[in-house]
Design a protein around this ligand. Structure first.
Ligand code: C5P
Length: 220
């Protein structure tokens, strides 16, 4: 079979990561979490004292860290300059700063290039999840999915994942991050015209996975 490229976009808390990993594992495809890459570059900026409020400082530093993603869906990895950052990129500090860093065009250009080269070298094909994969990174993807869910469902899922967080503050933080991601100038969060929209509010994870697997199989 020829490699199949699947783009899965949508806001936070729609089940993108769980769905993308499971679909890739079931179908023997690689998996790329592009949010982890933006989190990793944000973690590096914070760790190196770059002023997150200063887009020109972010732009000037954008080329410095070396970000490497491991694409096995059974155990994806992310390193920055050889350091495993899987845990520190999930802190609230990084979550609250990532939208500002990912809005900087120099950051997007660099990470987009990395994403395209990873997708091009995936021999069996790849599931790539993010915000702008179907619209910008891989506009020729074989299948584009746009996952949505009500803000309540998304906040409930996220606060279930994050220990010690309450649903209300998680909901506020998610809404703020989505608004920033959707309103930025360079490749905002958006549904591609040819994407299949799946509202996951009333669906179990297993149902979403089955739906996407069926759609991929139709394309193969
Ligand atoms: O998917 P996740 O919630 O980990 O993404 C973290 C952040 O990375 C998003 O809120 C967004 O600012 C940025 N991002 C992006 N483009 C992508 C993936 C993520 O701008 N393709």
């Amino acid at each position: 079979a020829t490699p199949v490229i699947v783009a899965i976009d949508g806001p936070a808390g729609t089940g993108k990561s769980s769905t993308s990993k499971a679909v890739a594992a079931q179908l023997g495809l690689s998996y790329l979490d592009t949010g982890a890459q933006y989190r990793a570059i944000t973690w590096w900026m914070v760790s190196n004292g770059i002023d997150i409020g200063d887009p020109s400082a972010i732009a000037a530093a954008a080329g410095k860290p070396e970000i490497v993603s491991g694409t096995d869906p059974q155990g994806p990895t992310i390193t920055v300059d050889g350091v495993d950052v899987a845990a520190p990129i999930r802190t609230q500090e990084v979550s609250s700063k990532v939208s500002a860093v990912s809005a900087v065009p120099e950051v997007r250009a660099r990470i987009t290039e990395l994403q395209r080269s990873i997708a091009a070298s995936a021999e069996q094909g790849i599931v790539v999840e993010g915000r702008d994969i179907g619209t910008t990174v891989l506009p020729d993807a074989d299948l584009k999915i746009f996952l949505t869910a009500s803000p309540e469902a998304r906040a409930a899922r996220r606060s279930g994942e994050l220990k010690g967080s309450d649903v209300h503050s998680t909901r506020e933080a998610l809404i703020k991050r989505d608004a920033a991601d959707s309103s930025r100038k360079t490749s905002p969060l958006a549904k591609a015209d040819d994407a299949v929209e799946v509202d996951t509010t009333e669906l179990t994870l297993a149902q979403v996975i089955e739906c996407v697997v069926t759609l991929v199989e139709e394309k193969r």
